[in-house]
Write a protein that binds this ligand. Structure first.
Ligand code: ZN
Length: 436
């Protein structure tokens, strides 16, 4: 218990407004307590699912240097409930995940009593309710939003980023466009005068843009010509195709070995068996006997075929402007595998071993996207082949609608911007009563 308590007290998140809130809590008048609640409310207005007229809401922004346990304690929540909450929330949405600068709201039934619920808003689309009065429990709620189709365009003067921002676009739309066009456009070498157009979705709550949705169509014009990506969804895959129905993204094999067993998955909280401490595992381990052939999961160019103390013999391959893969602990490389060599999907690049930091023969497979290691088993890879014949009429119909939408998008000129303010500007706006 002692250990648990001190660990909660050590949560360095908290808010700098505790003192102020505490005074408010202390000063409230007792006579409000027994106010009868009007039963004749016609339209029941709710906030976070609580009837507005029957509850009191105090919203705070978390600051950097205070701990949450202390803060809740100061608000009249019992230590027992806080410990229980810490425990129960850990599998759902841990109170330890509260982040500075994110709003949370204390909900009271009575102005003078302890809160019945703490509501945390990790993003504009979700809130998490921590009930602390009778039964301690956690409820994650996804808000309803309106999906609105929008368009944007830009001409590159300095960088793609500048052009996007000038067009009122958010950084994650840049990523999505790069993703959609990854195999046809070289986004590492964009040039002045390149043009892009997009049709995409935005999520709105109460008329305010809160997040970007998916790109529906993208066109990019560079010195090599015009490239298109059109969104289409069938039972196997939801993603991008070119105008002829070929997937625009390169595809990847699900695993670098045949008939292998996953011995350890991608896990950011893994306990390391050799180092005996918590070290994130940025790869997926496939166990197989020594000497089992390892193949490249996609076409690409070998960036590295070398040795380090931890990785042992390993190979790293670049597949396109976004994706790289890496294969660790090899026994040896296949003949001819060295830096700069082109490989095909399915080509053998080495053999399973246990060189470097490994307890048994396996390949630690790592998948890099935009220079960051991600869990490839969560990614949605396109099929290798074009759309089947019988789906073409449906695809072509959708393609034509989307392309005509793209064609009706104008390029921004100095006077006339197609879009409103950047999403980042919209979402930083805040109406919180207390701010540091
Ligand atoms: Zn591994």
């Amino acid at each position: 218990m002692k250990k648990k308590e001190s660990s909660i007290l050590n949560l360095c998140i908290g808010a700098c407004i505790t003192a102020m809130a505490f005074i408010l809590f202390e000063n409230c008048k007792v006579d409000v307590k027994n106010n009868p609640i009007s039963k004749n409310i016609q339209k029941v207005e709710k906030l976070f699912g609580f009837v507005k007229a029957e509850h009191h809401f105090d919203t705070y922004n978390l600051g950097f240097d205070q701990n949450l346990g202390e803060l809740l304690l100061n608000q009249g929540i019992s230590w027992d409930s806080i410990v229980k909450l810490d425990d129960i929330s850990s599998d759902i949405f841990s109170i330890r995940k509260f982040r500075a600068k994110k709003p949370f709201t204390l909900v009271r039934e009575d102005e003078c009593d302890a809160p019945v619920c703490v509501v945390y808003e990790p993003n504009k689309l979700t809130y998490v309710k921590y009930f602390v009065k009778d039964e301690v429990k956690v409820d994650v709620v996804k808000k309803d939003f309106d999906l609105v189709e929008e368009s944007a365009s830009g001409i590159i003067e300095t960088s793609l980023w500048d052009a996007m921002v000038k067009s009122g676009l958010d950084i994650d739309i840049i990523d999505k466009m790069e993703d959609a066009l990854a195999s046809s456009v070289d986004f590492w070498h964009v040039e002045q005068g390149d043009e892009f157009k997009l049709v995409f979705e935005r999520k709105y709550i109460d008329g305010k843009a809160v997040a970007n949705g998916e790109i529906l169509a993208a066109a990019y014009k560079d010195s090599r010509g015009e490239h298109h990506a059109v969104f289409f969804e069938n039972e196997k895959y939801a993603g991008f195709y070119d105008l002829k129905g070929n997937p625009t993204r390169s595809t990847f094999l699900r695993s670098p070995l045949k008939n292998s067993r996953i011995s350890s998955g991608f896990n950011l909280r893994r306990f390391h068996p050799i180092k005996k401490r918590r070290i994130p595992h940025y790869g997926t381990d496939y166990a197989a006997p020594q000497g089992t052939p390892i193949f490249s999961v996609a076409d690409g160019v070998i960036e590295r075929a070398s040795f380090t103390r931890n990785n042992g013999y390993y190979v790293k391959i670049r597949h396109d402007n976004i994706h790289q893969t890496q294969y660790l602990h090899m026994k040896k490389f296949a003949p001819g595998i060295k830096k700069g060599v082109r490989v095909k999907q399915g080509q053998v690049i080495g053999q399973v071993g246990m060189t470097g930091l490994a307890t048994g023969p396996h390949v630690c497979f790592r998948f890099w996207k935009h220079g960051k290691q991600v869990n490839h088993r969560r990614l949605n890879f396109p099929p290798k082949d074009p759309l089947p014949e019988e789906q073409m009429p449906e695809f072509l119909a959708q393609r034509d609608i989307l392309i005509s939408k793209l064609n009706s998008v104008y390029f921004p000129s100095e006077e006339q911007l197609i879009m409103g303010p950047a999403l980042s500007e919209i979402t930083t706006e805040t109406n919180l009563p207390y701010e540091e």
